[in-house]
Design a protein around this ligand. Sequence first.
Ligand code: GDP
Length: 449
Amino acid sequence: MIDPERTIAAQATAAGQGAIAVIRMSGPGCMDVLKQCTPVAFTDRLRPRRATLARILDAEGGTIDQALITWFPAPASYTGEDTVEISCHGGMLVTVRLLKRLYQCGASPAEPGEFTKRAFLNGRMDLTQAEAVMDVISSGSDLALKAAQSQLDGGIGSQVNELKDSLIHVLAHIEAYIDFPDEDISPDTASALLERLRQMEEKLSALLRTAEGGRLLREGIRTAIAGPPNVGKSSLLNTLLGYERAIVSNIAGTTRDTVEESIQLAGLALRLIDTAGVRESSDVIEQAGITRTNRALETADLVLEVADASAPRTEPFLTAGCTAPRLLVLNKCDLGIHPDWKTIPGIRFSCAAGEGREELEEAIVRAFASALPGETGSSQVAINARHQHELGLCLEHIRLASESISRQESPEFTALELREALTHLGEITGAVDTEDVLGAIFSSFCLGK
Ligand code: GDP
């Protein structure tokens, strides 16, 4: 639980050396703390949202650092409380000493995510926006960042609130019938309510369809690079990465383990997984690598199937359980294309000559175009697994409510389902009491956020 009387402080910038570091403090005691560790009457000079230079003093009056101090009076601050940001020199020792001094003067260390949690509890943002703060920070691609910014702007929250309003409207109608038990729901009213619920089901289904895109954006597209030994899988990984990461050699079976690296390609985050060559092997270590390859293929979102275009055609490999889309990369085209491959559709590529990258990028974007948020409208948002869970349950209860109306059951049953649906919507934005949900969300935050 958060004690709003506590004034918290933590470093908001990453640990390590930098030109500056920012220390953030929030709570009713901000000014008290500042009064003790800055020169006399400095706080009288502070103006809201104006950076003001001051020395931060230790207990003996010695200078810890010169810093720019900005005061954001409540409620117009990130947390909704009195907040102070101290921009000091970005040395490890400076920040540690400065924080210690703030704690000495009455502030206490913030828990991870506590600033954002306070912002949520003080009504400065809903839960989807709080989650978006972390998504913005951890975005690994342009598209992921765009979706996170849209969520931070309230993209998901506003759609959920619209659904909530519609649901409340239907519920109010149904409850009116509970209050007047002598009246039956007329067929006209019933069909109007059913139509309203059907529209909500559609909206919910549309939002639920963004879950896969959301996962791909947040986690990156798991891309397995697979194919027989020596066709250039490790070379492809290195080419895409732009530097030598995997060991490249012409001895078959060099990549005995899977190697994973993240890159951004055409605005998408790809988690590239170089696998051991798919072939029969008696070598125990190599066999273990091949088992891992099969596992990587089974969990992949995309398979780049590499083949040597200069050699005779080999049979395409098959892995039971691998359902991901496949792109055939015909590597070593610089050595000429063997007649076997002439009519086979695939991306003509050469790691050695650096050719084919653009075509590969285009093919990858095409493969995920329908799953990822587009340029326009509501499809810009992409829900996360928590939203997916709650929306799924909400949809289930709305369907049950519709069935209950169709079967002309007592309105109490319908109302029960609608209230359940409403609770699940409320859990998404944090409108209902959800202490355990808060714990789960904010524990993944870093300190100072
Ligand atoms: P892997 O076993 O499939 O990972 O293959 P490697 O990436 O280790 O490459 C096997 C050999 O093929 C190495 O000698 C590479 O230098 C060579 N190779 C990879 N790509 C190309 C290419 O596009 N053209 C040519 N000529 N050689 C390549």
